[in-house]
Design a protein around this ligand. Structure first.
Ligand code: AMP
Ligand code: MG
Length: 417
């Protein structure tokens, strides 16, 4: 399996001179610079769910492959004129999987069962409920159009039609479509391996005793779950303290194991912000000053050819940055192309003032047709993340949202959660 070339070290560079980069510009930069990094493989259908298609898929066979009947009843040559009709029956029948071999002469009818191939001479079917039958002939009322209750060969899908496009994430329905059209294996991409690393001297593992000044690592379980739900292979890289050497060792081994690394914490320019300091010293880093709340700081860098998304430590900001920046970027690297989350315009059930020129995402949910936002915007309020059922996106230009104004609500499900 050949792999695409690695990303360039300067792939995260932003144009010089921009002080605060608008969210859309930052997203456009990621979209331009990133490319698929995963190798291709062939998998049988039952292993392909959730994988990204590496190539277009064509039908090997038409669906349905032959003309057949959509109902239980009697088949004959149509059309049938208005009024009472009587047709003698041909001996035998056509059932699903056991077709009738002979020809049905014009003016005669034959018993057919749902899914059965239409015998030669038959193109029209009447429902058995609409017929009286004495064993040798049937009586019913016309009219009946030619082709009634019958399915044409290939009316759903014709042989060689493209049924699924490259970059699509395989769904259960796609597996039905592939199987029905004679496709038994799919060319897919290997899952993108995404490493998750928490940083901070204050962090302890859930379940361990926590001393004064210590807090539980909330980001790692959250990020791992986010990545799993988005269909990536989430690799737990554990936790490191605020220690540059330990971080370096961990990044060195991670760079050989995963396709991309998400760190949380230590991403700004403070004394104990070792992720950005280390990338600065020994890797390639770009500090993205994005006009976004919550979300600062976001550090994007390369460590030995592996992209590193240095997420903020605050769980709220870490989640927002993951959904807004990492999700589409990882999707692109996984071969699924760039995707924008589906949002819905819903009247605001809140009032809010904000600075112009900055995008804001608030923890939100919809009740009685209105968007509610969480009582506090504090970025340490993890309970609000759990309370929310999505995010409301407040435009860069907006300064005053009044109750009843239409706002864009993006349910968590739009991020594949
Ligand atoms: P930092 O970005 O490292 O300055 O961290 C910002 C804030 O997020 C601090 O209050 C940290 O204690 C907190 N924080 C950092 N990492 C985590 C984590 N994994 N879980 C919970 N809180 C964190
Ligand atoms: Mg820290």
């Amino acid at each position: 399996m050949i792999k695409p070339p690695p990303l360039r070290n300067d792939c995260f560079a932003l144009p010089a001179g921009t002080h605060w980069t608008p969210v859309d510009e930052a997203l456009a930069a990621l979209r331009d610079r990133l490319q698929p990094v995963t190798a291709e493989e062939i998998l049988p259908l039952d292993l392909a769910l959730g994988r990204v298609l590496a190539a277009d898929v064509s039908a090997q066979r038409s669906n349905p492959p032959l003309p057949n009947t959509a109902v239980d009843g009697y088949g004959f040559a149509g059309p049938i004129p208005d009024g009472a009709q009587a047709l003698p029956l041909v001996q035998g029948r056509s059932a699903a999987g056991i077709p009738f071999d002979g020809t049905v002469p014009a003016g005669l009818a034959i018993r057919v069962l749902t899914g059965a191939a239409l015998p030669t001479g038959v193109d029209t079917v009447i429902l058995e409920e609409d017929v009286t039958c004495d064993g040798s002939q049937i009586a019913f009322h016309g009219p009946l159009k030619k082709g009634a209750n019958a399915r044409r060969a290939g009316e759903d899908v014709a042989e060689k039609d493209v049924i699924l496009r490259q970059g699509r994430v395989v769904t259960p329905a796609d597996l039905a479509l592939a199987a029905a059209t004679g496709v038994s294996e799919l060319s897919v991409r290997q899952q993108l391996r995404v490493g998750i690393l928490s940083t901070g001297d204050e962090l302890v593992e859930a379940g361990q005793p926590a001393g004064n000044g210590q807090i539980y690592d909330a980001n790692r379980p959250m990020l791992r779950a986010l990545l799993l739900q988005m269909g990536f292979d989430a690799v737990d890289l554990g936790r490191v303290g605020d220690d540059r050497d330990a971080l370096e060792v961990r990044l060195d081994s991670a760079a050989t194991e995963v396709d991309v690394i998400l760190t949380s914490g230590g991403a700004s320019a403070g004394d104990e912000d070792h992720v950005s300091a280390l990338l600065q010293e020994k890797g390639a880093i770009q500090h993205w000053r994005i006009a976004l709340k919550p979300g600062r700081p976001l550090a994007l860098g390369m460590w030995q050819g592996t992209p590193v998304f240095g997420l903020p430590g605050n769980p709220v900001a870490a989640l927002v940055c993951t959904l807004i920046f990492a999700r589409p970027a990882l999707g692109l690297m996984a071969g699924a192309g760039w995707s924008e989350p589906q949002g819905f315009l819903v009247p605001a059930g809140f009032e809010k003032r904000k600075k112009s020129g900055r995008r804001e995402y608030l923890r939100a949910r919809v009740r009685q047709g209105r968007v509610e936002v969480f009582a506090s915007e504090g970025s340490g309020r993890i309970s609000g993340l759990s309370w929310a059922e999505g995010l409301v996106e407040i435009n860069d230009a907006a300064i005053h949202i009044k109750a009843g104004d239409m706002v864009r609500f993006i349910p968590y499900s739009s991020f594949a959660l």
